[in-house]
Write a protein that binds this ligand. Sequence first.
Ligand code: Q46
Ligand code: ZN
Length: 307
Amino acid sequence: MKCRKCGAAAALELRRHNAAFCAPDFLDFFRNQVREAIRRHKMFARGERVLVAVSGGKDSLALWDVLLDEGYDTTGLYLDLGIFDYSVESKAKCEAFAARRGATLLVSRVADEVGAPVPVIKQVTRRPPCSGCGLSKRYLMNRVALDHGMDVVATGHNLDDEAATLFGSVMHWQTEALPRQSPALPSTHPKLVRRVKPLYRLSEREAAAYAFLRRIDYIVEECPFAHGATSIAHKEILNRMEEASPGAKHNFLFGFLEKARPVFERAAGVVLQECARCGQVTTGTVCAFCKLADQVKRAAGGAAPER
Ligand code: Q46
Ligand code: ZN
């Protein structure tokens, strides 16, 4: 197998692109896909401040690596979820990466902000851990970005993540989630920071190859709560489809973005207002994060905190 660009021995075959690349040309391909995502969705411009949410995994660290090399003004954000050794190790990976690249890393602890770490939130709410965790992550990313004057939050979601989320939303016909399924979510309120996913054109395998070739030291283990999550089952189904028909995931996601999403977007008319307690955006009177923090405080026997 030969590299599509230079004809040298290929290091990686990309069946959905019907191509193979040597290591340097694969890195070029990867960076070009990120550039194309940023350009096509006007994700951010030079001079804007980008908060990169990093988990210590391959995707978010690969994203930060590309954006640093491209000369963007980036700051990392690690959200410490308090999930046993997984959080200890993933935080260490982010700190080591930031130190190696001379970049700034902010750390915010869910235990400080909600009143308890994710495993305790899971017990208190008696809901799947990813529910309280996801809610806290989205809330804290936005609040930290606002507090630090960031223009945009970038996350490491890749093609596989996005296709699996879309698959889950379609399986349950969560029509309110479909307009939000986008590589770039604009700010629709002064207190809502723009959110972008510059890796949405790249697969999980491609992000792993990039991280490997760039010698990025990332946490290989998944979050212990990821096992059994429905998103994993959806990924497995999509992987089987991809195996049988290379490009299936790409067609599923990109077809939705081009043809179906605009229809759902027109139909959605969500009005955002400020939470009466913390001032962050919500569709109700008190936001879901403040309600979660109340629930945790009540379970601990304390009074609900003033926010
Ligand atoms: S960290 Fe949190 Fe994920 Fe773990 S508890 Fe679920 S949402 S799986 S990306
Ligand atoms: Zn609130």
